[in-house]
Design a protein around this ligand. Structure first.
Ligand SMILES: *Cc1c(COP(=O)(O)O)cnc(C)c1O
Length: 407
């Protein structure tokens, strides 16, 4: 089956008793057993029966299975937000004394997780330019637990050459962990580009209508965890499954951030139309960017699908000719940005990405608003930039809203 078909026709693990065509929502905290022996077997991991919905749930498992089958990942874990997915991943692989190699150009909460939350547990973050191979290589040492990146940074829209970066990670025996939220599975297969652990905020493309928060951890089973300081002993028994074993049998159970069945249901529906929505939104995005480049009030339009973009070639190689439905543009000043935001009629003033509706935000005063001006500068977040997440509206209606708001 091709991906479009798989998105719809991946079978349930167990057929529903009533033949329900939609995935039933199992809103049950616990599960009943026929005997003490069966109960023992389930609780000690000898069988995979469900015991308690913080650990596994049939509806969530169906969603996880669908993602696993369409991506080719070895295992998938669904959590209740993208941040929970990032946090669970790092608590699985990092310990006091570990370090993470990454760029300063990160999603704001991820940056705060690294420099605040994880730093308090003696996990160090080493920031560098991930496009500079020598710098990356020189920072990796025996305590490095991962090289971490976002495939298109937000709002800077930088793209790292994944083939090059994954070669360095392999040579240095550290896993490559990537947040791929901005390009969905239908346009980008992270496993093929050497990503060992993939993280997705399913709040975005997958949920579609922005109905719910969700996060995914995909383990491609490609990293030899015997090379990991924290997981090497476990890897002697579990092999390439050591990461998922540690995550599922300890970390995610203890942190208690598993996806809920209602959310898994909504996101399974979202997944079924993801490809269609992505085709429409990414095509509109590119068309809109080209039209906006002609407007005199706009200083520059930044989207990696534009031929004049510095990352055009690498983005095309990795994500195809329509790399996502997010772009930014610069106006003359912060005041001009605020005026524009306030004059929008149809486009919504809101955070979030890849809702069905088009959204606009001024990142410097919002997502990055509590950071110091110096940190904002280091993160390359300009006061003159507006970020747009393109939805499913008609391109001419979107353009008209831009034109009137810029008057
Ligand atoms: C939104 C987002 C996150 C966080 O996901 P939540 O579901 O909001 O917790 C992480 N990374 C990127 C790139 C995002 O866009």
């Amino acid at each position: 089956m091709n991906l479009e078909t798989k998105l719809l026709h991946t079978a349930y693990a167990k057929p529903d008793a009533y033949g329900a065509l939609s995935m039933p929502v199992y809103n049950s905290a616990a599960y009943e057993f026929d005997s003490a022996e069966q109960m023992e077997a389930a609780f000690t991991g000898k069988t995979s029966d469900h015991t308690y919905s913080r650990i596994t749930n049939p509806t969530v498992q169906y969603f996880e299975d669908r993602i696993r089958k369409i991506t080719g990942a070895a295992s998938v874990t669904a959590l209740n937000s993208g941040m929970a997915a990032i946090c669970n991943t790092f608590i699985t692989i990092a310990q006091a004394g570990s370090n993470i190699i990454t760029s300063k150009h990160l999603f704001g909460n991820t940056y705060s997780l690294f420099v605040g939350t994880l730093a308090a547990f003696d996990v160090e973050t080493r920031f560098c330019d991930l496009t500079d191979e020598k710098q990356v290589e020189s920072l990796i040492d025996e305590n490095t637990c991962a090289v971490y990146l976002e495939i298109i940074t937000n709002p800077q829209l930088e793209v790292v050459d994944l083939e090059k970066l994954s070669k360095i990670a392999k040579r240095k025996s550290v896993p490559l962990v990537a947040d791929t939220t901005v390009i969905p599975f239908c346009a980008f297969n992270a496993g093929k580009f050497g990503v060992d652990i993939e993280i997705v905020s399913s709040t975005k493309y997958i949920s579609g209508g922005a109905t719910s928060l969700g996060g995914l951890i995909l383990d491609y089973g490609t990293f030899d965890w015997k090379l990991s300081k924290k997981l090497s002993a476990l890897a002697e028994q579990q092999g390439t499954n050591a990461f998922t074993f540690k995550l599922r049998k300890e970390v995610h159970r203890n942190l208690g951030a598993y996806m809920t069945p209602q959310v898994a249901y909504m996101q399974t529906l979202g997944l079924e139309t993801m490809e269609l929505r992505y085709q429409k939104a990414s095509t509109t995005c590119l068309e809109l960017c080209s039209k906006l480049q002609e407007l005199p009030q706009i200083v520059c339009v930044n989207h990696t699908g534009l031929k004049d973009n510095a990352f055009y070639e690498v983005a095309k190689r990795q994500f195809g000719d329509r790399p996502g439905a997010m772009f930014t543009f610069d106006l003359e000043s912060r005041e001009a940005c605020f005026k524009f935001m306030n004059k929008l009629n149809m486009i919504k003033r809101a955070t979030n990405l890849f809702d069905n509706k088009t959204l606009a935000i001024h990142p410097a005063s919002t997502i990055f608003g509590t950071f110091t001006a110096q940190v904002r500068e280091e993160m390359n977040v300009s006061d003159n930039t507006i970020r747009i997440s393109v939805g499913l509206e008609d391109v001419n209606d979107l353009y008209a809203d831009f034109v009137q708001a810029l008057k």
